[in-house]
Design a protein around this ligand. Structure first.
Ligand code: ADP
Length: 565
């Protein structure tokens, strides 16, 4: 379709002749007799080109051009001028006029001037648009580098849009994420440029709704409308403007607002809205395209972030499921082993056809009793972990001397397992502060660690117990006692140093698999130590190079100690 041209000339004959020529060359032509009529016309209807006489009674050509372009800055202006006013015409090129033809002109001269001027203007416009859009694309980098899992994306988006479109307000609505086919828009981010300057400030959505009810209502209305028609909604001075195929944006008087749906693969995920108030400059084609680009990029970034979060959640869920089924398998196996043996021995004892002498019977009952103990221990452990997870672990700490607890653990171990070799690197009790701890619980931790050291070392296990005072606490003070259990066993690779404290986790290599266990011991140790406000961790130089399990306990200050002496 060819351009729409408005011819302005007070001489009727000349005006009609020009209009006729242009019409016969395919242009859509309107003609008026003077500047004021031209202004009235442009306020009503869009035009692409203004062709005006230079000297006219009332408003002259140059004034007409400038007034028309104030209403619609996109209009290309050409002046028809007499030979004796060429100088003036040339000067007017600096004042908003794009080209001129000198009277008298031929049809060819007129058409060439119009064509060339339109083409040149089109190129300049495209160029400006491209430059602006290149900048916008560069700016979208902020959306790409924003942390994928962050809640920051909506905030980054509104700030970016506000800046790039020089708007006064920018808001972002998102459809509810977890409701299929949701039609409810939720305001998630607001940026406005403060009255003092142009710097963007971010407002809390709830506060914004509270303090700007009318503005919020406007945004809400146009956002829902954009959602409904799945297209941009452009509002000028409270009237919705259909952009359609019109090449120009109608004249703006004061306020304009824009709502752009955010689409990902044809699906709307939200609406981006902007508003410019009491502004002299218009929302140009570039502004609309800028908003389009940013809405598109933000939609992709937000959707990506959601996918990443969803994926992580699914991954965590899968891992938890895997652990759980592994646990069920392990526990069933662990429960089955003593039960099978109990069942075997009781069935044997119950046989009517064999008379058992007292010694054998007693031996069998002893085995049954041992297996029952194992079962009870396992069940206790499971219950214990469940208690931690429910946050129901109480430790009832009291001032205690760690050395005594360590000695007791060594004694108990050696009476069951005399081949284990212990080295004791523990200062005298007088040189050690008291710790606030529950001795039974610390004994339980030590037994777990010592039993592991035995389980995961070649026999005879060599274990060193050490204590170091004045260890830093998490706040930088030196109020902890550090207790270490060192073995020379199978050691651990870096990847497992953290994981082994997770419940049910067992290192998946031969040596571990061959030993009995449920992967609950260290989880219980961590629960107990953390309930004491301490920390537990493991260090290992590598596989087959042994491990050191450390845990810390809070000491009590001297003045506290006096009370207990
Ligand atoms: P369990 O011993 O019942 O498997 P734990 O929670 O006590 O469960 O230990 C978890 C895992 O940590 C063990 O399966 C083992 O792989 C590893 N582990 C624990 N203690 C040691 C140790 N002293 N040396 C090497 N690996 C160990």
């Amino acid at each position: 379709m060819k351009e729409t041209i408005l011819v302005v000339d007070d001489e009727e004959h000349a005006r009609n002749a020009v209009a006729r020529i242009l019409k016969s060359n395919g242009y859509i032509v309107h003609s008026v007799a003077g500047g004021q009529e031209a202004l009235d016309f442009v306020s009503r209807e869009p035009i692409d080109l203004l062709l005006t006489d230079f000297r006219m009674p009332g408003m002259d050509g140059l004034t007409t051009v400038r007034a028309v372009r104030r209403i619609n800055p996109q209009v290309v202006a050409i002046i028809m001028t007499a030979n004796n006013s060429i100088d003036l015409a040339v000067q007017s090129l600096n004042l908003g006029v794009h080209g001129f033809v000198i009277k008298p002109f031929t049809v060819h001269e007129l058409l060439t001037t119009i064509n060339q001027t339109l083409e040149r203007q089109q190129l300049i416009r495209e160029n400006t648009k491209m430059k602006a859009l290149v900048e916008v694309f560069a700016a979208t980098e902020a959306l790409i580098v924003a942390k994928a899992d962050s809640q920051d994306l909506p905030k980054v988006t509104v700030e970016l849009v506000l800046r790039e479109t020089k708007s006064n307000e920018a808001v972002l609505f998102l459809l509810e994420e977890f409701v299929p086919n949701s039609t409810t828009l939720k305001l998630v981010a607001v940026a406005d440029s403060s009255e003092e300057g142009n710097s963007a400030s971010y407002s809390e959505p709830d506060l914004f709704i509270q303090n700007n009810a009318t503005t919020f209502q406007l945004f809400k209305d146009i956002a829902y409308y954009a959602l409904e028609i799945k297209n941009k909604v452009f509002v000028i001075d409270d009237e919705i403007v259909t952009l359609g195929d019109d090449r120009m944006i109608p004249a703006q008087k004061q306020n304009c607002a824009l709502a752009v749906p955010m689409l990902v693969q044809g699906r709307t995920i939200g609406v981006l809205c902007t508003r410019r108030i009491n502004s002299e400059s218009t929302y140009s084609e570039v502004t609309l395209q800028t908003t389009d680009i940013l809405a598109g990029q933000a939609a992709i970034a937000i959707e990506n972030a959601r996918l990443v979060t969803r994926l992580a959640r699914i991954e965590a869920q899968r891992e938890a499921d895997l652990l759980r089924s592994e646990f069920v398998a392990t526990v069933s196996h662990e429960l089955r082993t003593p039960l099978t043996s109990i069942k075997g021995y009781t069935t044997t004892l119950l046989r009517n056809d064999v008379a058992w002498d007292g010694k054998v019977g007693h031996e069998y009952l002893g085995i049954i009793s041992e297996e029952c103990d194992k079962l009870m221990e396992l069940i206790d452990n499971i219950l214990e972990v469940a208690r931690f997870e429910a946050g129901a672990m109480r430790i009832y700490p009291e001032p205690v001397q760690v050395k005594a607890i360590l000695e007791r653990a060594v004694y108990e171990t050696q009476s069951r397992n005399p081949v284990v070799q212990f080295t004791f690197e523990v200062p005298d009790s007088e040189d050690l502060p008291f710790v606030m701890a529950n001795p039974k619980r610390i004994n339980q931790v030590l037994h777990n660690l010592i039993n592991n050291a035995i389980k995961y070392s070649p026999s005879p296990a060599q274990i060193t117990l050490s204590v170091q005072k004045d260890y830093p606490n998490s706040k930088g003070g030196v109020s902890m006692l550090l207790i270490g259990v060192t073995d020379k066993g199978i050691g651990l690779s870096d990847v497992n140093l953290e994981k082994i404290f997770e419940r049910f986790y067992r290192v998946d290599i031969g040596a571990t698999r061959r030993t009995e266990g449920t992967g609950l011991g260290l989880a219980i140790c961590r629960g107990i130590i953390e309930a004491h406000q301490g920390q537990i961790w493991v260090e290992s130089p590598g596989l087959n190079k042994g491990s050191v399990f450390y845990f810390t306990l809070p000491t009590i200050t001297l003045s506290d100690q006096v009370i207990f002496e």
